[in-house]
Ligand binder design. Structure first.
Ligand code: SF4
Length: 839
């Protein structure tokens, strides 16, 4: 299907000039408070006449009705008598007679001044023909058909044959042939105006290549009717309409070629309205029932269709507009050159030249033909268009206000100041509480539903505003909310208000999403990443929102954190080297050594998942985005009152926790270990600590020294054994090892232990007790003491000091430390995110 608009269609130069002069005159009259009248309707177009009335130009039938007024003579012209009468009665006469008509008047007046007859071909009832006849000084014979030719009197052999300016050219030629048969020497002047000729020739050509023709113009316009007749003779499917609303419902153009033309008195906007409506009809016809239904469900899409329509319309409509401005020149050029030469039928060349000379001598035709162009500012045409639009011009996609005149069950009727009320279906309403008399804003979505109804929509207006908002949010990056609707291949369909939006699966979360369906029904914070203005479709991302929010939260956390701060966090996960704590978008690590003063606990012994904790910010590394936290630092240290709890000289029963070559560490309480140097393990000299002690073994120890600052406590099993105030018999070192070595060391281990335990005990405790006590005292002081002293002072001195600090550093600390370094905080994000999305 295609639509072709005739290049020369709509206002001719004569009509355009008359309208412009009339509008200007009406404007001046309003300013001067004068009445403005036209002798008969200015042009034969009801829409334009109504518009002119609004401008104050009222049509009257006779000059006497314009007494004291400014009177406009329309383009058809009037008789000499009427003109003179008007001059005598009217305040002022503005002669808008078309130059072509005026030239015709002068031609017949000059030819007939000596009483020669005139044969005037045309409609004898038409104002132009009546007016022309009034300028003839001799007899006038009207001819419309062959019968009229045959009825002419013999005196017509001396007549000059002229034509109504808008007469059909083909008919004129045929009649002239008959006239020549009757009066071979008759003079002929083709006075059909070039605007009419051009329109008719174009219309004929367009009709021959079109399946259907639409002629736009007033039904009382002679030139429009002639145009219609011309088209009809070449294209049987020709219709005549005054405006778009007159297009019949059966005028469905699917699969056919449509030609459109318009009479010389047809305003441009009437033609454009018809072209636009035809495009609308075509679009609707091309839509499948499904798409129509979809369109109803998603009104936003209508805009796309309308926009497409507008784009497609652009060429023909613009072409028409261009024509409207330029066609005067195009029409007048041939007129000036050919007005007389081509009008004269070729066979009558010599005779026509005589007429031509007379005509030219009689008046400056060319000058007058150009006059309308010079005197017709385009602004006046716009004034008329504007005036018409005030009461009747509407177009598809236009938003206007209307008054509710009827509220039905399924639709309401709205007065939109148009010839027909608009229908607003409830499915297209936004404000459901509408009452008769309310003024509401509506959009025209169709000029004609096939039954002459104008179809309106409120939802389109809302959708347009919504779309505009979405476009703005897309451009600014502002977040929007959408609701997950359906899981589809590759992602999720969501709706942001009423706009269909696709979220690719890779944009649903910061991690891989296996079950897209989990987002159906969820309200999602989204960012629009693609926008198709034509299809009104969106693509959005949730992942970007999450990433941006995380980055923002991270920046905020980093901005407020400082080393030494105590902050709250949530324990999120555990590793073998510590626990990660969420500080509100950023995770920090509590290393295992900073969890508890008791180094024998695991993170899970202290924390529960999602537990809120207060932590101390130990260190910040922005470059590596690492935050070191401490928990134990906020807890009381067990060393705070060790001197009171473990006074020097007291004897305690505790367990061995670690064996080292230089001694055994004995836990006094969690976090407080004391060292029993190898020299203090037994009353006898031993080679290896493990020969006597095993981890887990309970022993009695005497507190030799307490140094809270150095976190060092020296213990002695030997002195506990030798202390007379303590009954060590139930805590003989090695006693409780009887069972332990059985499995691992077998009989060989058991036996020596028993021996070691029982025999030395007797020696030490019962018999040799005195001696070893006395003598070793000396040794301790003088000889043997040197060595043990060295050992006690140096090794243990390092050990207890270093041990709490270094031991963990060597064993559990070193490795986790590496892991802390390698384990980037970022890596925790996916898990954290997983949890988030699972929520
Ligand atoms: S149709 Fe021709 S004669 Fe009539 S007003 Fe237009 S230009 Fe003038």
């Amino acid at each position: 299907m295609s639509i072709e608009v005739a290049k020369h269609a709509g206002f001719c130069s004569g009509v355009r000039s008359a309208v412009n002069q009339a509008l200007e005159t009406a404007r001046v009259c309003r300013q001067k408070n004068l009445a403005c009248r036209s002798l008969g309707p200015l042009i034969n177009n009801p829409d334009a006449v109504k518009a002119l009335e609004k401008e104050g130009l009222i049509a009257v039938e006779q000059p006497k009705d314009a007494k004291g007024c400014v009177l406009i003579i329309r383009s058809h012209g009037v008789t000499e008598a009427v003109y003179n009468e008007a001059l005598g009665l009217a305040l002022e006469v503005i002669d808008c007679t078309c130059p072509f008509v005026k030239r015709l008047h002068e031609t017949v007046e000059n030819y007939s001044k000596d009483g020669l007859p005139i044969v005037l071909i045309g409609d004898r009832r038409h104002p132009e023909v009546i007016g022309t006849a009034g300028w003839c000084k001799g007899q006038v014979h009207f001819v419309e058909n062959i019968k009229d030719v045959n009825a002419l009197p013999p005196s017509c052999k001396d007549a000059l044959v002229v034509s109504q300016t808008t007469f059909r050219l083909e008919t004129f030629k045929r009649l002239v042939e008959h006239l020549k048969l009757r009066f071979p020497g008759i003079l002929v002047s083709n006075t059909i105006c070039s605007a009419t000729k051009v329109r008719q020739e174009e219309a004929r050509e367009l009709a021959t290549r079109s399946d259907r023709m639409i002629v736009v113009g007033g039904k009382n316009s002679a030139n429009t009717r002639k145009l219609f007749e011309t088209c009809l003779s070449w294209c049987p499917n020709t219709i005549l309409v005054e405006r778009a609303a007159d297009l019949p419902s059966h005028c469905r153009p699917s699969g056919v070629k449509i030609g459109i033309t318009a009479g010389a008195s047809t305003p441009d906007w009437s033609l454009k309205e018809v072209v636009i409506t035809m495009n609308d009809i075509e679009k609707i016809d091309q839509m499948t029932p499904e798409s129509v239904e979809e369109q109803a469900q998603e009104p936003v899409q209508q805009e796309a269709i309308q926009e497409e329509t507008a784009q497609e319309e652009a060429v023909p409509v613009e072409a028409v507009q261009e024509e409207a401005i330029q066609k005067e020149a195009a029409e007048e050029e041939p007129v000036q050159e050919e007005a007389i030469q081509e009008e004269v039928i070729q066979e009558e060349v010599i005779q026509e030249e005589v007429i031509q000379e007379e005509a030219v001598q009689g008046e400056p035709i060319q000058e007058e033909a150009q006059e309308p162009k010079e005197q017709a500012p385009k602004g006046d045409m716009h004034m008329l268009q504007e005036a018409v639009s005030n009461f009747e011009r509407i177009r598809t996609g236009q938003t206007l206000e209307g008054k509710v005149v009827l509220v039905g069950e399924d639709e309401i009727s709205v007065n939109i100041d148009y010839k027909a009320d608009g229908l607003l279906k409830k499915s297209d309403m936004v404000d459901e509480d509408v009452q008769v008399g309310d003024t509401i804003e509506v959009e025209i979505i169709r000029l004609n539903d096939g039954e002459g109804n104008v179809i309106l929509s409120q939802r389109n207006i809302v959708n347009k505003k919504l779309w505009a908002e979405l476009v703005e949010k897309y451009e600014t990056g502002e977040y929007v909310e959408g609701i997950g609707k359906q899981a589809v291949k590759g992602g999720l369909i969501a709706f942001i208000s009423n706009v269909r939006t696709f979220i690719p699966a890779s944009h649903l979360a910061r991690h891989y999403v296996e079950n897209v369906g989990q987002f159906v029904g969820q309200t999602l914070k989204l960012k629009i990443i693609e926008l198709d203005n034509d299809k009104k479709r969106l693509v959005a991302s949730r992942k970007l929102v999450l990433e941006e929010e995380k980055a923002k939260a991270k920046a905020e956390v980093w901005a407020r954190l400082a080393e030494g701060d105590v902050v709250k966090g949530i324990v999120r996960r555990f590793t073998n080297f510590g626990a990660f704590v969420d500080l509100g978008g950023v995770d920090g690590l509590i290393h295992i050594t900073d969890i508890s003063w008791n180094r024998n606990v695991s993170p899970r012994d202290v924390f529960k998942e999602n537990q809120e904790v207060d932590v101390l910010v130990l260190a910040l590394d922005p470059e590596r985005e690492r935050i070191s936290l401490g928990y134990k630092q906020l807890q009381p240290t067990p060393w705070d009152d060790v001197e009171e709890k473990y006074p020097v000289g007291s004897i305690l029963v505790r367990k061995v926790v670690r064996i080292r070559p230089f001694g055994a560490f004995i836990e006094l309480e969690p976090g407080v270990d004391g060292l029993c140097h190898i020299s203090q393990v037994s009353v006898n000299r031993i080679n290896k600590v493990e020969d006597v002690l095993k981890p887990g073994q309970e022993v009695a120890v005497k507190v030799l020294n307490v140094d809270p600052d150095a976190k060092r406590i020296s213990l002695s099993i030997r002195e506990a054994m030798e202390d007379p105030s303590f009954d060590y018999s139930t805590f003989i070192p090695g006693d409780d090892l009887e069972e332990e070595p059985v499995e691992e060391q077998g009989e060989e281990v058991e036996t020596p232990v028993k021996e070691q335990v029982e025999e030395p005990t007797e020696e030490v405790v019962e018999e040799p007790a005195e001696e070893p006590v006395e003598e070793p005292t000396e040794e301790q002081v003088e000889e043997p003491v040197e060595e043990p002293a060295e050992e006690v002072v140096e090794e243990p001195a390092k050990e207890p000091v270093e041990e709490p600090a270094e031991e963990p550093a060597e064993e559990p600390v070193e490795e986790p430390a590496e892991e802390v370094v390698e384990e980037p905080v970022e890596e925790q994000a996916p898990e954290a995110e997983e949890k988030e999305s699972e929520k």
